[in-house]
Design a protein around this ligand. Structure first.
Ligand code: ST9
Ligand code: ZN
Ligand code: ZN
Length: 341
């Protein structure tokens, strides 16, 4: 019973992610080659990553312990602050701006988001956005970097512990990422990543508590740096694992991405994943701009008021309701209204 190849194609086409040309390319050639890959899911482990992620998680558990028993409250608040801004570097930056182009940002906001994004250390935003575009376009096929049909562990962290499936690289190489390459802010981040990332993710967050309020090196390093970094990684990965598994599907019941409120709160508004896979161009990544459950939307709206963010894309109520009626699982308020008259 081999893996299903390109099972997500219909969903992608429905959600408008693919255009006709893309569909033809896949039908005509790529899909056939993917069949060949089905029998070749050889896992090539990357031991460097296995060791580093193991150390990271052990250090994070120790950091959590120190947070409870010996860290100053200022260090804990600072760790939470770093989690929030680095989270925004992923959500408002790599995800909604660079991967999806769901709004436009002036140079100053792009620089700020690039700095926040580097604190999060999820590799250069150029690569993050490329992988994420592949994830949407070839969702839950072998070409999806964190294909959730391969199980919770693979989609959560396993995909970072082994070489990518050849279908990912082949599909990705066909994507147009010229807009990413044309952004000088992204080129700068990529070029100097190996200098910027250690300073912004590890050195500065450890030094601030030590120099500003006399925290010990141990508490600063394990709480504000190791725990904070590992925590935000896991929150991000939950979008790929938990939000591809658990939750309602009010917009499209045929796909696995789901509405997951717990993930949405932790991931600054990125858990409304059924909506997001159906309407990936909406800057809110959700139907309602509920700020409590979508901090990233509040952040983008604030910068739109300041004039640093503009051309915010969204989806009309009418289009959403039509889609809910056509493919939803009946959990949307609109479908309930229709059923009950
Ligand atoms: C990390 C990333 O954790 C997490 C991303 C999560 C995404 C989540 C999305 C969810 C939605 C948004 C919600 C956000 C919520 C945030 C909440 C915040 C509060 N297309 O990759 P390599 C080619 S990172 C085209 O090395 P391997 C290309 O030629 C953690 N081509 O593949 C490339 O060269 P170049 C820290 C592609 O060798 C070459 O292959 N980082 C594509 O198979 C080699 O690429 C780490 O730990 C493509 N898509 O290795 C590092 N991909 O790049 C982890 C590849 O020069 N990564 N090519 O063009 C690695 O070590 C490796 O990537 C690997 C695979 C071992 C996993
Ligand atoms: Zn997804
Ligand atoms: Zn997305």
């Amino acid at each position: 019973d081999g893996p299903k190849i390109f099972s997500g194609l219909g969903d992608c086409t429905k959600s408008g992610v693919l255009n006709e040309h893309d569909a033809e390319t896949i039908d005509g050639g790529l899909a056939k080659r993917q069949e060949g890959y089905a029998g070749r899911r050889k896992i090539r482990l990357v031991w460097r990553n296995i060791l580093l992620f193991t150390y990271l998680h052990v250090a994070a558990v120790y950091g959590l312990w120190l947070m409870l028993v010996s860290a100053q409250w200022k260090t804990c608040i600072f760790a939470f602050f770093m989690y929030s801004i680095s989270g925004l570097g992923i959500t408002a930056g790599a995800h909604r701006l660079w991967a999806h182009r769901s709004y436009k940002a002036r140079f100053s906001l792009r620089v700020m988001l690039m700095i926040f994004n580097t604190i999060a250390f999820q590799d250069a935003a150029m690569h993050w956005a490329r992988d994420h575009r592949v994830h949407h376009k070839y969702s839950e096929t072998d070409a999806d970097p964190h294909n959730a049909t391969r199980g919770f562990f693979f989609s959560h962290i396993g995909w970072l512990l082994c070489r990518k499936h050849p279908a990912v690289k082949e599909a990705g190489s066909k994507l147009d990422i010229s807009d990413l390459k044309a952004d000088p802010v992204l080129r700068f981040q990529q070029k100097y990543y190996l200098i910027l990332m250690p300073i912004l993710c590890f050195v500065i967050p450890t030094m601030i508590p030590i120099y500003c309020w006399g925290e010990s090196f141990k508490n600063a390093f394990f709480v504000a740096t190791m725990f904070r970094y590992t925590f935000i990684l896991n929150v991000t990965w939950l979008v790929n694992s938990a939000a591809h598994k658990w939750g309602d599907k009010p917009y499209d019941k045929e796909i696995n991405p789901s509405q997951n409120p717990s993930v949405a709160i932790l991931a600054l508004g990125e858990g409304w994943h059924n909506y997001h896979h159906v309407f990936p161009w909406d800057y809110k990544t959700a139907e309602l701009g509920n700020y409590r459950m979508n901090l990233t939307t509040a952040f983008i709206d604030f910068f739109a008021k300041v004039g640093w963010a503009y051309d915010l894309k969204t989806v009309s109520k009418d289009i959403i309701e039509k889609r809910v009626e056509r493919t939803g699982d009946g959990t949307h308020e609109h479908s309930r209204k229709n059923t009950w008259g």
